[in-house]
Design a protein around this ligand. Structure first.
Ligand code: FAD
Ligand code: UDP
Length: 371
């Protein structure tokens, strides 16, 4: 088979890597001037700079962990972001350190009693939106200082208008443990993420074309390839016929500083509503001991309203968008040789491990169909 993969991100690269093992040929188109999609990292002054925001690999699947480790050696980085609320520092995710900083409590029993007191206004009713979910998980103080401002900046809408699942991504723990993730496997590839995509695509039966937008020759690609794996925006593919899906965009401002240590941590979140950015990342902290001791590189991350032509970093999975997406999947039946995959093609808030898992499942499905 002759496959066309649109997008050289993690989904497309995993698909291409696997499918050529079965005698197929793949052409990969990428509209950016580099491969890797949003996991792309670039070395500057000996530091791997995460060009599209902090990327920490974490998974609960041993299978996916073993899979990704074939392409790079991982360090033991554990993500422990710090929250800065009007100059006061709190640990994340919400754990005994946070509860102690917020209320002076010392034991898990004391912390639980305070959380219970603060969430009693929920009266045990099931949360209908992000605000209610947050209050019922950690109470009002933490919601107001560490969640509300950050969330409303990040998503550009009120926390009462956002789905509850978004805040359930973060652990809540009655333990002194600042690990942002519960997954047993976590790390950063030493030498960056781009090498992973390079290795995945490094096969004579894979042809990669960067600076090439699928929409420049959409009809001829559809005619000339047996199957197309499309990892761009599904609504754009259909010329927004059923209306636009909503996305959140970001602006990254990266600067090199003439000091060795800017903030003492890889990720610091600014959780108040006035500061226009959500977080600052200091890249050298992702890989211990790297880079010049008199220099550092930091990136401010500013959430942005998405307009046509902007990079769509986050799907906004509320009820209306999810329904619209479902209608697009129906429309997709009109183009049987095109399969939509990845964070944009499937309009899902996929982490990297979920992206790989979804891509491997697609490979299996496609190979079984052929037999
Ligand atoms: P993408 O990486 O978006 O790749 C799609 C590619 O398709 C892009 O390169 C795009 O340019 C290309 N493309 C689109 N349209 C066209 C077209 N018309 N023609 C040609 N090419 C096209 N996950 C984690 O597990 N841990 C993290 O810490 C983490 N942090 C994140 C932080 C941020 C700010 C963001 C935005 C995401 C984060 N993720 C994280 C999620 C992770 O980035 C995704 O799971 C992964 O990159 C999805 O891969 P993909 O191939 O589906 O999409
Ligand atoms: N969040 C928050 N305060 C924080 C960090 C996260 O309120 O300091 C909320 C916010 O709504 C965010 C969600 O938790 O969108 C998920 O956070 P995560 O760090 O998983 O977001 P991502 O890295 O995907 O942007």
């Amino acid at each position: 088979m002759n496959y066309l993969v649109v997008g050289a991100g993690l989904f497309g690269a995993t698909f291409a890597h696997e499918v050529v093992k079965h005698g197929n040929h793949v052409t990969v188109l990428e509209k950016r001037d580099h491969i890797g999609g949003n996991i792309y990292t670039k070395e500057i002054d000996g530091i791997q700079v995460h060009q599209y925001g902090a990327h920490i690999f974490h998974t609960r699947s041993k299978k996916i962990w073993d899979y990704i480790n074939r392409f790079a050696e991982f360090n033991r980085y554990t993500n422990s972001p710090i929250a800065n609320y009007h100059g006061k520092i709190y640990n994340l995710p919400f754990n005994m350190n946070t509860f102690h900083q917020m209320w002076g409590v010392v034991t898990p029993q004391q912390a639980l009693a305070e959380i219970n007191r603060q969430r009693s206004e929920m009266n045990g009713k099931s949360p209908k939106n992000l605000e209610e979910q947050a209050i019922s998980l950690v109470g009002k103080d933490i919601y107001e200082k560490l969640i509300k401002g950050y969330t409303e900046k990040q998503w550009g809408r009120r926390a009462t208008d956002l789905p509850a699942f978004i805040i359930r991504r973060l652990p809540v723990r009655l333990a002194y443990n600042n690990n942002y993730f519960n997954d047993p496997y976590q790390g950063i590839p030493m030498g960056g993420y781009t090498q992973i995509i390079e290795k995945m695509l490094g096969n004579n039966n894979i042809k990669v074309k960067i600076n090439t937008d699928f929409f420049d020759k959409k009809e001829s690609y559809i005619k000339n390839y047996d199957k197309i794996i499309f990892t761009g925006m599904i609504d754009r593919f259909f010329d927004y016929q059923l209306g636009e899906l909503e996305y959140r965009s970001l602006k990254f401002e990266t600067e090199e500083m003439g000091i060795g240590n800017y903030q003492g941590n890889a990720v610091v979140n600014y959780t108040d509503s006035q500061t226009p950015f959500t977080r600052i990342i200091e890249h050298k902290y992702f890989e211990f001991g790297k880079g010049d001791k008199n220099k550092t590189i930091i990136t401010h991350e500013y959430p942005q309203t998405w307009h046509r032509g902007d990079e769509p970093y986050y799907p906004i999975n509320d009820r209306i968008n999810n329904e619209k997406y479902k209608n697009y999947t129906q429309l997709a039946q009109s183009v049987p040789n095109v399969i939509f995959g990845g964070r944009l093609g499937q309009y899902r808030y996929y982490n990297m491990d979920q992206t790989i898992m979804a891509s491997l499942q697609l490979v299996k499905r496609v190979l079984e169909d052929k037999e």
